[in-house]
Design a protein around this ligand. Structure first.
Ligand code: NAD
Ligand code: MG
Length: 396
């Protein structure tokens, strides 16, 4: 029986993780859950999963949860505040930790799990984007194994030969090809992109995800963040990662080898596939996902991304090539811009404009310690806030 902690349990990845884990009560015991402020959802999860700990960032919500659980005679202990998240991430009872808090907020708990030598099921891509080298090094130092949850990276992981050594790019690998659905605006004309709404942006054609990553998929920023993520996970330079639009979202990514062979991983677009892969690894376990009917899929198509209509992808690639603090800055500016877009304070095209303006003002520095990445993140949030106010002042 393996102990499992789910960080970000009330989110889309968190719910899917619980769904898969509860299908295997003989394999997994959920020992800890952690979330931001949704105590209703966490309360229901605590009754279903009976974890030893439930942590909430929001102290008031944690207080409500504690009262309701005690009234329900639940054995779960409730912890509150940012330290509670890192405590649960490093809980000795857990062998596996699902890191599925969204955004830079997931950084500290994800690092805590890596430092504690856990098997780290990594969905929180922002941790790799902000401080990928440090996270990979922290995992190597403690013996923590990182299993990627992002569907593309999980696909690449499945296609790669078993790691023979840590460090250096995998032998025989020529390049990685990350597929992108293209999002809801794949066919939208450039002049119409300015007026698209948050509702249209989060209505992803193939995947059901949280709001922030759904907007990132619509701008293709998500694919840019994934390129950075891939460079760290698989120790390849950005020139060896290619992005291809594949609207059916059936081929989740590919690896091309030196002999010209390409291996791809395919499945229904359902995050329970990569989650079950990582939970069961190296065994294969049931995910609850239907078999893929190839005849029904019929055709698979691939096309190059349009960097003119989706400039966020070009900006993220530029940040990947610059390295150092540039990815953290691009990520933070994006988080601020996406939040403003969701609140209708910024139009869709403005997201790229804010990232571009912040990146242009930034002096890239190396990331030697976590504080370097956090300082860049803080600076970029401030700069993005200023860029937003300027745009509002001139009415764009
Ligand atoms: P979501 O918005 O549905 O859920 C986010 C979770 O994080 C919630 O449980 C929330 O309570 C928690 N959270 C948010 N802010 C927090 C804070 N400050 N402190 C503690 N907890 C906090 O997001 P999601 O779609 O499940 O995505 C989670 C992560 O997985 C993201 O990094 C995303 O990029 C990545 N990811 C998601 C998908 C997907 O299909 N949803 C696919 C690939 C990667
Ligand atoms: Mg992905």
């Amino acid at each position: 029986m393996r102990g499992l902690v789910v960080l970000g349990s009330t989110g889309s990845i968190g719910e899917n993780t619980i769904d898969v884990a509860l299908r295997h009560p003989d394999r997994f015991r959920i020992v800890g859950l952690a979330a931001n402020s949704n105590d209703d959802s966490l309360f229901r999860q605590c009754l279903r999963c009976r974890p030893s700990f439930a942590a909430m960032l929001d102290g008031t919500a944690a207080g409500r949860l504690r009262e309701r659980l005690s009234a329900a005679r639940s054995p779960t202990r409730v912890l509150a505040g940012p330290e509670a998240l890192t405590t649960v991430a490093a809980a000795p009872e857990a062998e596996l930790v699902m890191a599925a808090i969204v955004g830079a907020a997931g950084l500290a708990p994800t690092f805590a799990a890596a430092a504690a030598g856990k098997q780290l099921l990594l969905a929180n891509k922002e941790a790799l984007v902000l401080a990928g080298t440090l996270l990979i090094d922290a995992a190597a130092a403690s013996g923590a194994r990182i299993l990627p949850i992002d569907s593309e990276h999980n696909a690449v992981f499945q296609c790669l030969p078993p790691a023979r050594e840590r460090g250096g790019p995998p032998p025989g690998v020529a390049r990685i090809i990350l597929t992108a659905s293209g999002g809801p605006f794949l066919k939208t004309r450039r002049e119409d992109l300015a007026s698209v709404t948050p509702e249209q942006a989060v209505a992803h054609p193939n995947w059901r995800m949280g709001p922030k990553i759904s907007v990132d998929s619509a701008t293709l920023m998500n694919k840019g963040l994934e390129l950075i993520e891939a460079c760290h996970l698989f120790r390849l330079g950005p020139d060896r990662v290619t992005i291809v639009i594949h609207p059916q979202s059936v081929v989740h990514s590919l690896v091309e080898f030196d002999d010209g062979s390409m291996l791809a991983q395919m499945s229904q677009p359902d995050m329970r596939v990569p989650i079950a892969h990582a939970l069961g690894w190296p065994d294969r376990i049931v995910s609850g996902v239907q078999s893929l009917d190839l005849v029904q899929v019929g055709q698979l198509s691939f096309e190059a991304p349009d960097l003119e209509r989706f400039p966020c992808l070009a900006l993220a690639c530029q940040a990947a090539r610059a390295g150092g603090t540039a990815p953290a800055v691009a990520n933070a500016a994006n988080e601020v811009a996406v939040a403003a877009f969701l609140e209708r304070r910024l139009n869709f095209a403005g997201i790229a404009a804010v990232i571009d303006s912040v990146l242009q003002q930034h002096q890239v520095r190396p990331v030697r310690v976590l504080e370097d990445a956090l300082a860049a993140d803080g600076w970029a949030r401030h700069a993005a806030g200023t860029a937003l106010s300027l745009r509002q002042a001139v009415g764009t």
